[in-house]
Design a protein around this ligand. Structure first.
Ligand code: TA6
Length: 315
């Protein structure tokens, strides 16, 4: 089984404005819609598209539960979210305008998780997760969740010896690297959070991380990504597509990669699906949609090159 964990779930509100989004101007809304939000939930949605069975874990605020459940239902997300009474699932605002240079995102803070409810998640993991399972922990942490608590979660998952993938940033990413996980996907800015030696170039940093982590991906946006696996590092060039909304592209990458991992596909196939689906995602207006056939049609344009690791890059 594959489990995704979204500690800080969200409802995305996509707002389309006329013209270019401008300060000191009344920006008129052309249309708006609600979409699934939260990184782990997005990953679940991607795996559904690949027909990979999965269960979304995490929390849901009671106050706006109806809307969230409706969205989850429409997307066919199988979940066992734990209800936090008297709390509201955050809204993340995604603004699209006519500039065609990406979306603007304003994320809500989210709600605090009680010890009782957090304990429920830990005991679910202890009872259900098996060695052959995959757990994906993705997205920001709820306000006030301390690193000791987060470490407790990671250790509970690690105790099962399952494959643990993390899409995190900041201190949470640092903690994941410290305890040792199987997959990380920081972008070129988030990798700075790890405070690796500044004089070591990116390739050297990747090599260092890959000594303890099976798959290390550093995403470079529309330029593609680097991936380190076993003793090799690959530079992957993304296909050129017309960008409409880049929000969610990273989640699609992770979902497609893990779906292929679950299908035991070879590394090259995992990479092509992850990069192709992510590129397809940015051509769509909402934060979740992508098209597997479109992704396949982009495979030829995805260039994978093994990087020669020079000795001086590793010092
Ligand atoms: O990656 C896109 C997204 O999952 C949005 O749907 C939005 O809800 C946001 O990320 C949440 O990000 P965060 O890092 O705050 O968990």
């Amino acid at each position: 089984m594959i489990y995704t964990i979204t500690l800080n779930p969200a409802i995305d509100k996509i707002i389309e404005v006329d013209g270019h989004l401008t300060k000191k101007k009344t920006n008129r809304v052309r249309k708006h819609e609600y979409d699934l939000g939260g990184k782990g939930l997005h990953v679940s949605n991607v795996m559904n598209q690949f027909g990979v069975e999965n269960t979304a874990l995490g929390f849901i605020g009671e106050r706006n539960e109806r809307l969230m459940l409706k969205i989850l239902d429409e997307k066919g997300i199988h979940h066992q979210l734990i209800r936090e009474p008297d709390k509201e699932t955050r809204e993340c605002i995604v603004i699209l305008d006519d500039s065609k240079d990406g979306s603007t995102m304003i994320t809500g803070a989210g709600f605090e998780i009680s010890y009782e409810r957090f304990g429920k998640l830990l005991s679910f993991i202890q009872k259900k997760v098996q060695e052959e399972d995959v757990v994906v922990v993705a997205g920001s942490l709820p306000p006030d969740m301390c690193m000791t608590q987060f470490e407790q979660l990671l250790m509970q998952i690690k105790q099962t010896s399952c494959f643990l993938a993390c899409d995190l940033s900041g201190d949470a990413l640092k903690k994941a690297v410290e305890v040792g996980v199987d997959f990380i996907k920081p972008n070129q800015h988030e990798i700075q959070d790890l405070e690796l030696p500044k004089d070591v170039p990116l390739i050297g940093q990747l090599e260092q991380l890959a000594r303890n982590i099976q798959y290390v991906v550093v995403s470079l946006g529309e330029k593609g990504c680097y991936m380190a696996h076993k003793d090799s590092i690959y530079k992957i060039m993304a296909p050129a597509v017309e960008e409409v909304n880049d929000t969610g592209a990273g989640d699609v990458f992770v979902g497609a990669f893990i779906a292929q991992l679950a299908k035991r596909a070879p590394l090259e196939t995992m990479i092509r699906y992850a990069v192709g689906c992510s590129a397809s995602k940015v051509t769509h207006r909402n934060c979740t949609d992508f098209d597997i056939e479109h992704a396949k049609s982009l495979f030829q344009q995805i260039k994978i090159k093994q990087v020669e690791v020079e000795q001086n890059a590793l010092s």
